[in-house]
Design a protein around this ligand. Sequence first.
Ligand code: GTP
Ligand code: SPV
Ligand code: MN
Length: 583
Amino acid sequence: MSSSLEALNQWVNQVATHTEADQVMWCDGSNEENERLISLMLDSQELIELNQETHPGCYLHRSDPNDVARVEHLTFVCTQSQADAGPNNHWMDPDKAHALMDELFKGCMKGRTLYVVPYCMGPIDSPLARLGVELTDSPYVVANMRLMTRMGRSALSRIEKEGQFVRGVHSIGELDPDRRYIMHFPEELSIMSFGSGYGGNALLGKKCHALRIASYQAKNEGWLAEHMLIVGIENPQGEIRYVAAAFPSACGKTNLAMLIPPEAYRESGWKVWTVGDDICWLHPGDDGRLYAINPEAGFFGVAPGTSAGTNPNALAMLDQETIFTNVAVTEDGEPWWEGLDDRSPAADWQGRPFDPSQGPAAHPNSRFTVSMKRCPSYSKQAENPRGVPIDAIVFGGRRAHLTPLVMEAHDWTHGVLIGATMASETTAAATGAVGVIRRDPMAMKPFCGYHFADYWQHWLEVGGKLSRPPKIFQVNWFRRDNQGRFIWPGFGDNLRVLEWIVQRCHDEADAISTPVGYVPPADAINVSDLEEKPDLETLLGIETDAWLEEWMAIEGFLSEYGDRVPRALIHRLEGVKQALSDK
Ligand code: GTP
Ligand code: SPV
Ligand code: MN
């Protein structure tokens, strides 16, 4: 046996002994194994069979009602020095965290099976991909990891060759919110998660490994691990230009990644190719450009709001081989959520007869898990071991006011400042209040594994290494009028904005310079084929006074990160404020 497999074995045995697991099962990722696990979960009612005629291979999982979203207040970064975790993370001393977790894990798998889940984040043959092993007592986690990562035999043989892998230990424990912790040890490349079976808390390859641990590794190694979708925009000339976009959780990444062009655009030959919908690893290439891979192999997408009108590509993949979590069910055993269609469901997400007075039928953070390969707009480039070259980086958020539909940063440093200070209304993807505006730098507030100020410095350094850096943009699909209605149609129509963005990257479109960035002249956003004309004057307007106030608030925000904040950003901020005051 190779020494790396020996080390892996030793660790597995140690965890199995400590947790007193009944048995250990090494997962190979095969179909037979998956079928065995599914039938086991049907027996235990961890899964409920959906209508197999309309939805073959589709199942529903109902979480504990106290376990339906990421828990940011229980998520810790445990570095030796508290300063390295930064004010953006909850911190615990690693020794203390280990002691706490050892106590929780002791004997927690009595009567349960310990699954060993080897996985690869990124195309299996990519030098940019990284390995991990998750030990878990949840077969639901195994089934999800199989869809979300390259899981099983091939990952194990790469681990055998390479040796290095991230170690994750997970137990659902008793699903008690008072005994729930998601702990990260970036310096040890390890993760321990206890007490939750939900998404980002439990599928350790996703936010824990591919963002928190990977961002820390990326800083030391000269690349970036980001909360971004990756999409290819093909114009009528057949040129495909790649865009990476960071929006906070539940702010439109999945939708943008697989949008269907408006009819007039389709007719003239525009196409959209999906490379990734949530996580993006960016590496400087030898040619001075930035290359992106999607470390994931599947989508863990928000169900509510997904419909034939908003996201037909998503809907097309969800009628086969999909695991649904916390959606409602119709009389016929089909999955259902708010916004899908005008049927009324029979049972809500907790399995109760649907009663609108008890809240929505599907949980607002209900999700689908499905392989990327089922997506009609799936890009073959998602398997390219080198990744795709990025022309534009886009930052976006949910802001009812102020932030225009789109603007372009003056240059890389200005773009980093825009990303570092962006704000968005909170959503149901994490527990806590919804609709509160908070700063969410690069959409990484819950996911950056180290001090934000060091992270911004790292962004500046990566940009400095690129002879052909992507241009940086900010977008906002969520402007509202006085009645609270969205004033931009969004979804497929967002291509109208992406068109301007990719054209700007190739000097094919005009812009007006303002103190806060370049904005398109109203006629640069093509709405000619839209029956109802959106109010582009409001959508693209820059209100000087409101922006001055915003930049004052931003100054206060940056000061929370102390003197580690890069001077270049402070200097730029002063420049923007001055330009606004001079207006
Ligand atoms: P995570 O998976 O949590 O990271 O979310 P995400 O960023 O992928 O968000 P997603 O695309 O799933 O969208 C979240 C919600 O926003 C869904 O209910 C969508 O229907 C809605 N949404 C997405 N794009 C738009 C848009 O352009 N306009 C409007 N009004 N709503 C949108
Ligand atoms: C998010 O919250 O950004 C998600 C879902 O993509 S989770 O896997 O729970 O992180
Ligand atoms: Mn996400």
